[in-house]
Design a protein around this ligand. Structure first.
Ligand code: SF4
Length: 87
């Protein structure tokens, strides 16, 4: 399951990106590429146990957000967009 706080944005202010970048809605900032592996539960990582931001903000999620995240996983088979480069 992908973190329910994860979003992808292709712009910030006046700046547009060629590839959408991972954005954490819990803290309203872009996610560093290495952390995006945690957000997407890649490899053996799990946002629910490996991200201190998620743990600090988990109680802000409502039932609908949790259900939506689970539905997204069902519809995509758990596939998520890949992280863009900062270069
Ligand atoms: S895993 Fe952590 S950094 Fe990534 S979207 Fe969730 S709360 Fe934010």
């Amino acid at each position: 399951m992908t973190c329910p706080f994860l979003d992808y944005r292709d712009s910030a202010g006046d700046r547009a990106f060629d590839t959408a970048r991972a954005y954490c809605t819990a803290v309203d900032r872009f996610v560093q590429p290495m952390r995006a592996d945690v957000c997407n539960d890649r490899y053996d990582l799990d946002h629910a146990s490996d991200c201190e931001i998620f743990l600090a903000h988990e109680d802000e999620l409502d039932e609908a957000e949790l259900e939506e995240a689970e539905l997204d996983e069902d519809e995509t088979g758990g596939e998520e967009p890949t992280e863009g480069s900062d270069a």
